[in-house]
Each structure stands twice: as structure tokens, then as C-alpha cells.
Design a protein around this ligand. Structure first.
Ligand code: ADP
Ligand code: MG
Length: 420
């Protein structure tokens, strides 16, 4: 291609101008970090992407990688009818608007965390004083690690009902590994969401140290980024106006938020032709978000299997991934802000002079466990919110089956042991 990239660019711009196309600033189209190395010329050898690029380059040796990409994008655009292009533009502007409404910059997250702390105070101070119920669990004596014996526990989750049989044998026995004295708070991110923490004695009138069940799923605040899609989801739910925090961050809803945006894009911008996506589980959203194949084959096959839409273009798939990313990122950011709120309430968001401090937040739930992007985003956001020094003292730990094992441990620590 003599003349290089510049000529490709000029010729194509001229072509589109003559055809009366609008020029659309598309940060989104190239937002995918996967392709950044191609444009920066830092593609590592032996990666899937580099092999793919090599295959193209081998047959057209004089074309540099960026030119191949631009050329490929152009060929696709050339084929678009002008009305298709209008629809695409409309779909892109809808997604861009959604992204803006979902924005959770660090300042906003701090406001959310402060609001969470304030609501916790209010909920403790009086019954009905807050959206947060802040329920006394009446658990004062936490397990010591000396518990032993065989215990059964029932864990009735939003989706899964688990029955556990836990054999405890003291600190060194099979149950001993569950004891961690540094755990100060626990969060569940599964079908729904909730958090509990150990409250200091003086904060609870007429009582000692106690585990408090925050019921934080019902948290709401003017600082939460609520979009028209969240409002519609709420209106269609069985508990209208309740559990607003949960409806933005937990597994039962994330897939449905994505579906709702896709629906509107389908209806108003013909994003999928005439098809309107009926249903999307968070686990399927997760699989699409994690698709690392160069042609986004997983996204392609999910769109086919779930929505019955075949032959989706690469661009379409990329937009779907971007949408999953927007929804998952907002959820992870807000979960981190919620955890910061709890750490603040416990006074663990600062490092005390000369004190060796370690705070463990135990997290369980299918969303946290399986949605890797969500999990790592939550962790990095919490670190950013805490700042380097404090971040070193706070650990997020995955507590597998924590809900059930916790119940078994409590049964154990509240049982009478006959002396042997
Ligand atoms: P619960 O205890 O509330 O029943 P779990 O902790 O067992 O919930 O997690 C199940 C939930 O986790 C599912 O309802 C789903 O929302 C979410 N989930 C399961 N698998 C995945 C996945 N691969 N990616 C994202 N979310 C998932
Ligand atoms: Mg559960």
C-alpha cells in the first residue's frame, strides 16, 4: 500500500465525506486494551494477537500492523449501508450516555463510602433510623478455635441451598484453618449482597462487642449512579424501591442490566436487527467479559445461544464486551466504596501510630468467586481508596463457603462441651 497509513486515512476520510457520512469520535471503538499493543507497536511475540498479526503480515509484508487494522476496519465500514451507519452511530451514543451515567470516579466513591458510614451510625442509633437495619446478631463470643466435634449447618442463599457437615478438631484440626482472628468484617457478593462486621462495645448501647448484620443491600444514596435502566429494573422487581445498592452490584441483577441496555439498543437503534434479547444471566455476562479470543468467539457463540443472533460482527461483539465491562466495573467500584464505609465505621481506614495492624475482610459469593474482572477491580479500587500505607494493613480474603462454615462455627462456639 504505497503512501502508507497517512494515505489510507486521507483516502478513506475523503470517501466517507463524499458519501455524506458523519465523522464519529469513537473512543469506545478502540477502547479495548487488547488491541493497544498493535497501535503502540509493542506487540509481544508468541501472543495470540501477534500470531494473528503475523499471519496477516506474512502475506502482505509491506503493510505495517496499524495499517492492517485500519484497512480491516474500513472494509467493514465500506460495506455498511448509510442507514446501518446511522443506527450504529445511535447505538454508540446510547452506550456512551450509559457509560457517563454509570461513572464512579474516586471522589464519588468517597461520597458513597461516607454515606455508608453515616447510615451505619444512624441505623445503630435507633430502630428505623436508617435504610440500613444494622441488626444485632447477638453473637458476642466469636469462635476461639478450640471448638471440636461434628456440626451441621444450613445455608439458604438467594440461589443455592447448601447443607454443610463440618468436622471441627480445634486449632490444629480440620476446622482450625477457618479461624482467623484478624477478620473484622465479612461481605457476601453472590445472588444478593450483604455485609457484617464486629462492632466495638461502646458503639452499641447496653451491650458489649457484637457482630452486626448491616443489611447493606438496602443502602441507597443520592451519590449512587442510578440510570434509567436501573430504575426500570427496580420497577419490574418484586421489591420496588428496596435493595437499591443490591440491584446495582449483585449477581442477580448485573446480567439483567446489560440485557436492558442491549434491549434498548436493539429497539431504538436496531443493534441486533429485529431481535430483542430476552434474558441474560450474570454468569453468561461474565463469560463474555472474560473472552480473550482474538475474534471474541465466546461472545459470538453466547449471543447466538442466548439471544439467537448469529453472524455478529467483531465490532458488535466488542461493544457487548464493553457494556459488560461498564456494568461490572460500576458494581466493583461501589462494592469497594461500601467496604471502605465499613472500615471507616470500625476506625480501620487509618493506621495508628506504632500499632501493628491487620484487618481481614472475608468475602464470599459466586459473583466474587467467579467474576475475576469484578474481583480484581474491587481489590484494586479498595487499595486506591485506602492509599498505599493503609492498603498494606487491609486484606480481602476469599472465604469459600463462608456463610455455611460460619454458621457451623457459631453453632459450635455456642454449644456446651462436656468435660472429658
Ligand atoms: P447465594 O448464596 O446467594 O445463592 P452464591 O454465592 O451461591 O449465591 O452465588 C450464586 C450467584 O453467583 C448466582 O446467582 C450468580 O448471580 C452469581 N454467579 C455464579 N456464577 C457466576 C459467574 N461465573 N460469574 C458471575 N456471577 C456468577
Ligand atoms: Mg450464599
Amino acid at each position: 500500500m504505497p503512501g502508507g497509513i497517512d494515505k489510507v486515512r486521507k483516502t478513506s476520510l475523503k470517501f466517507f465525506k463524499e458519501k455524506d457520512y458523519k465523522i464519529w469520535q469513537s473512543s469506545l471503538l478502540f477502547a479495548n486494551a487488547r488491541f493497544k499493543p498493535i497501535f503502540l507497536g509493542t506487540l509481544q511475540p508468541n501472543t495470540t494477537l501477534s500470531k494473528l498479526m503475523k499471519r496477516v503480515c506474512d502475506t502482505q509484508k509491506y503493510i505495517r500492523a496499524p495499517e492492517v487494522c485500519v484497512a480491516a476496519t474500513l472494509t467493514e465500514t465500506y460495506r455498511m449501508e448509510s442507514s446501518d451507519s446511522d443506527r450504529w452511530t445511535k447505538a454508540m451514543s446510547m452506550i456512551k450516555e450509559f457509560e457517563e451515567q454509570c461513572a464512579t470516579p474516586i471522589g464519588r466513591l468517597r461520597q458513597v463510602a461516607d454515606a455508608m458510614t453515616a447510615e451505619m451510625h444512624a441505623g445503630l442509633a435507633s430502630e428505623g433510623g436508617s435504610k440500613l437495619k444494622m441488626l444485632n446478631s447477638y453473637v458476642h463470643n466469636l469462635p476461639t478455635g478450640d471448638e471440636h466435634g461434628l456440626f451441621y449447618a444450613l445455608d439458604l442463599g438467594g440461589t443455592n441451598f447448601r447443607v454443610l457437615r463440618v468436622q471441627l478438631g480445634g486449632k490444629d484440626g480440620p476446622g482450625g484453618k477457618y479461624l482467623n482472628n484478624d477478620v473484622a468484617a465479612a461481605v457476601i457478593l453472590g445472588t444478593g449482597t450483604n455485609a457484617a462486621y464486629v462492632e466495638r462495645a461502646h458503639a452499641i448501647p447496653k451491650s458489649g462487642e457484637m457482630v452486626i448484620n448491616t443489611e447493606w443491600g438496602n443502602f441507597r444514596s443520592s451519590h449512587l449512579p442510578v440510570t434509567e435502566y436501573d430504575q426500570a429494573l427496580d420497577q419490574d422487581s418484586l421489591n420496588v424501591g428496596e435493595q437499591i445498592f443490591e440491584k446495582i452490584i449483585s449477581g442477580m441483577y448485573l446480567g439483567d442490566i446489560v440485557r436492558r441496555v442491549l434491549c434498548k439498543m436493539a429497539e431504538e437503534a436496531g443493534f441486533f436487527g429485529d431481535v430483542v434479547p430476552p434474558k441474560l444471566k450474570t454468569s453468561e455476562m461474565c463469560a463474555m467479559n472474560h473472552d480473550t479470543s482474538p475474534d471474541l468467539a465466546v461472545v459470538g457463540s453466547k449471543l447466538k445461544d442466548i439471544f439467537g443472533i448469529s453472524d455478529t460482527s467483531f465490532e458488535t461483539r466488542r461493544v457487548v464486551v464493553e457494556l459488560c465491562n461498564i456494568v461490572a466495573t460500576r458494581a466493583a467500584h461501589l462494592s469497594a466504596a461500601g467496604i471502605l464505609g465499613i472500615l471507616k465505621k470500625m476506625g480501620k481506614d487509618t493506621v495508628k501510630e506504632g500499632e501493628k495492624q491487620r484487618t481481614v475482610v472475608a468475602v464470599d459469593g459466586g459473583l466474587f468467586e467467579h467474576y475475576t474482572e469484578f474481583r480484581s477491580c474491587l481489590k484494586s479500587t479498595l487499595n486506591e481508596l485506602l492509599g498505599d500505607e493503609v492498603a498494606h494493613t487491609v486484606v480481602i480474603e476469599h472465604a469459600n463457603d463462608g456463610s455455611g462454615i460460619g454458621a457451623a462455627l457459631l453453632a459450635a462456639s455456642h454449644s456446651q462441651y462436656p468435660k472429658v
